[in-house]
Design a binder for this molecule. Structure first.
Ligand code: PMP
Length: 305
């Protein structure tokens, strides 16, 4: 990953990819306090465009605020840096990763003496859960790891330290021969995937868990808005894992995962055991939106010019 040509934005400078390094005493490396985003840029008829850059940037700064970090850049400067990094790497369609992290100015739990640093990288990244999964649906497993309690880590923040829980769940699911994990909240209700929000469909009603311990996903928000505009009922409500087993359809959403159908949970097929028809519609609609083929939401696209 580190050994390639290209540029990475670091603290306001365009640094050669191979030289974009930090010291081993970097605070975030030791204590896990940092905040980040996952953003995508897609090709449209009028050139590359970053999808919902404003919302991703707002969530990044909100995450920093929640964790009391003090980035010295404005939101506009960070948004411009996203555009610059896509251009600097000559990318048309890519994944973009901004991160605010603490430096190596001091050690110990107290973050007061530390400076908030920033980096933004961009690279090509295809279907996160595989091409076949996008087509035919993935097989997932209820995790033995519980999703965060909102009073243990701050679940509204997309924070570095929230992710060992995701990594444990994902690794367990893969080791058991599944594609992804489904995590339950501390009361046993469905929360989300290791890096995705989850939806189920019964008849024409679409249901997704509330944001108690799940991340406030921007793809989740996009899908809810577009489905409501199309007249479908979307309900934000708790449900247990067996509601997924007996659902007609299920799918994950996420910037990396986009809209990925789920065809099986815990060895039980969901619906007909393939990507469901409404899920396919949602997926098509999502790709129309991000590629600029859905005129109603062109304001979600920031052109890379
Ligand atoms: N939940 C978790 C834990 C995630 O890491 C992500 C990816 N950011 C999501 C949900 C989906 O969020 P988004 O649609 O904003 O990418």
């Amino acid at each position: 990953m580190w050994d390639r040509d290209g540029k990475i934005w670091m603290d306001g400078e365009m640094v050669d990819w191979r030289d974009a390094k930090v010291h081993v005493l970097t605070h975030t490396l030791h204590y896990g306090l940092g905040v980040f985003e996952g953003v995508r840029c897609y090709e449209t008829a009028t050139g590359p465009a970053i999808f919902r850059l404003q919302e991703h940037t707002d969530r990044l700064f909100n995450s920093a605020h929640i964790l009391n970090m003090s980035p010295t850049w404005s939101r506009d400067e960070i948004m411009q840096a996203h555009i610059d990094i896509v251009k600097a790497n000559g990318l048309k369609s890519c994944y973009i990763r901004p991160l605010f992290y603490y430096g190596a100015e001091s050690m110990g739990i107290n973050p007061a003496p530390l400076k908030t640093h920033g980096m933004i990288a961009a690279w090509e990244w295809g279907a996160y859960l595989g091409k076949d999964g996008m087509e035919n649906g993935i097989r997932i497993k209820t995790s033995s790891f519980t999703r965060h309690h909102p009073n243990v880590v701050m679940t509204r923040a997309k924070a570095v330290g929230n992710y060992p829980n995701s990594i444990l769940a994902k690794s367990e699911a893969l080791a058991c021969g599944f594609d992804e994990a489904l995590l339950l909240d501390t009361e046993g209700y469905v929360a989300e995937g290791s890096g995705e929000n989850v939806f189920i469909i019964n008849g024409k009603t679409v249901m997704t868990p509330p944001l108690d311990s799940a991340l406030d996903g921007i793809t989740r928000n996009t899908v809810i808005m577009v489905l409501k505009e199309l007249g479908l009922e979307v309900v934000e409500q708790r449900f247990p894992r067996d509601a997924v087993w007996i659902a007609d359809e299920a799918f994950f959403t996420g910037t990396a995962a986009e809209v990925t159908p789920i065809r099986e949970l815990d060895g039980r097929t969901i619906g007909k055991g393939t990507a469901g028809p409404i899920t396919k519609e949602v997926q098509k609609l999502y790709f129309d939106v991000v590629h600029g083929r859905y005129p109603k939401h062109h304001e979600w696209l920031t052109p890379v010019k």
